[in-house]
Design a protein around this ligand. Structure first.
Ligand SMILES: *Cc1c(COP(=O)(O)O)cnc(C)c1O
Length: 410
């Protein structure tokens, strides 16, 4: 594939329609088949031996991958690495059972033979905070949390703690903070600490963390990339320096994504840039409308010129795209009123998750940030009157009229 190809074309073509090498068969399926075989053999045992020994590309056992996961991995690598693939020294990806499995694999790989200290943003996805506290900490891996939007604090912490890995999200959940990824990438590079970026909220259409110094980019495929609310999956994209170790660990741990899910994710990704553009455009209009409502106390949205990280957003985001997530506080609302509003929704789906074609509303205090003590939640700025909206691809006037009736009638 040419350099600098539009993500719209990459999404449709990368990883698919591989021409067979040599002679037969002469036909090429227009989409990747779902390869369900759990193991593979060759005409000659020598070939299987070479594949096992990593001397020859090929398939051997389903836990190590299959042609369907290979195609998905190639596709997401092309989307995330884009024109910087050369400088990344043969990057590649590993499809995982879920986004959480992907984060686990990235952290385990980054920390191998490094100082067992993680520097992490305190504005992380709830389950990621849980994994650091409940899985890594008991295993002797300390995490130092701090506000990644405080440049000076990050710089000081890098020097004080000398982390073995650094973990952040491009757009934080649910308050949509945007740290200075480029400056953090530079600090990590100088300190030789691999930077792991969870790019689930921003997607490679808005920002490609490898261009700013990331060593690993992870996604919950469950969200924007698959986009239809019908599959779970995760993926780690790694630069060439980390890919072999990532794959070697994955073979042992076995977080493998099944072939059906790989197919669904790949099918979803073909329309991801189109969907995302529409979701971003809808979100701008929904955020503007919310900002004018009497019932709404405050709107969190990256297009807001008064956003606390407006300078980072201006520097890092693709022009005119601000993501499809909008969070807002409802004036004086307690949990009971939020529940009534969410029960009144007719089009917007009051369910967990995000990035689907349908709009969704989530109550962070009940769902994503449920396990965090109320006091700590308040310290993070996640108040009990905050809701998070994932704007879908519906007609924007229908989304707004549903929000309008729900906010008015209860
Ligand atoms: C959903 C999500 C995850 C976890 O992904 P799963 O596929 O649910 O395991 C991780 N990070 C972010 C930012 C997410 O939104």
């Amino acid at each position: 594939m040419e350099k600098k190809v539009s993500p719209h074309s990459v999404a449709v073509h990368a990883g698919d329609r591989k021409r067979p090498e040599g002679n037969s068969p002469a036909w090429v399926p227009v989409t990747i088949p779902i390869h369900t075989a759990s193991s593979y053999f060759y005409n000659d045992m020598q070939d299987l031996d070479r594949v096992f020994g990593n001397e020859m590309p090929g398939q051997s056992y389903g836990r190590y991958g299959n042609p369907t996961s290979d195609a998905l991995e190639e596709l997401v690598t092309a989307l995330e690495c884009g024109p910087s693939a050369n400088s990344l020294n043969k990057p590649g990806a590993l499809a995982c059972a879920t986004g959480m499995a992907a984060i686990h694999m990235a952290l385990s790989t980054a920390l191998m033979d490094r100082r067992r200290v993680i520097l992490a943003a305190n504005q992380l996805y709830g389950a990621t905070l849980g994994m650091l506290a409940k899985v890594f900490e008991p295993a002797g891996i300390e995490t130092v949390f701090l506000d990644f939007c405080d440049d000076a604090a990050v710089k000081a912490a890098m020097e004080t703690h000398r982390p073995g890995a650094v973990l952040m999200e491009t757009i934080s959940n649910p308050l949509l903070a945007v740290p200075a990824l480029d400056r953090i990438g530079e600090l990590c590079h100088k300190a030789d600490a691999p930077l792991i970026v969870d790019n689930t909220f921003a997607t490679p259409l808005i920002i490609r963390p490898f261009e700013h110094g990331a060593s690993f980019v992870v996604h919950s495929l469950t969200k924007y990339l698959s986009g239809h609310g019908d599959t779970l999956g995760g993926i780690v994209v790694a630069d060439g320096a980390n890919l072999d170790l990532l794959r070697a660990l994955a073979r042992t741990v076995g977080f493998t994504l099944g072939p059906f899910e790989c197919y669904l994710a790949m099918r979803g990704i073909k329309t991801f840039p189109l969907r995302m553009e529409r979701q971003c455009a809808n979100a701008v209009k929904v955020a503007e409308w919310l900002g004018r409502q009497e019932a709404v106390e405050r709107v969190y949205f990256p297009a807001d010129p008064k956003h606390p990280n407006a300078a980072n957003i201006q520097r890092l985001f693709a022009e005119g795209l601000f993501g499809g997530m909008v969070s807002f506080e409802i004036k004086g609302a307690d949990r009971a009123r939020i529940f009534r509003i969410m029960n009144a929704l007719r089009l917007v789906v009051p369910a967990t998750s995000l990035g689907d074609v349908h709009s969704m509303m989530l109550y962070p205090a009940m769902a994503s940030h449920r396990d965090i003590a109320p006091k700590h939640r308040a310290r993070l700025g996640i108040h009990d009157n905050l809701v998070r909206l994932s704007v879908g691809i519906e007609a924007v006037e229908d989304i707004i009229s549903d929000l309008d009736q729900a906010l008015r009638n209860v």
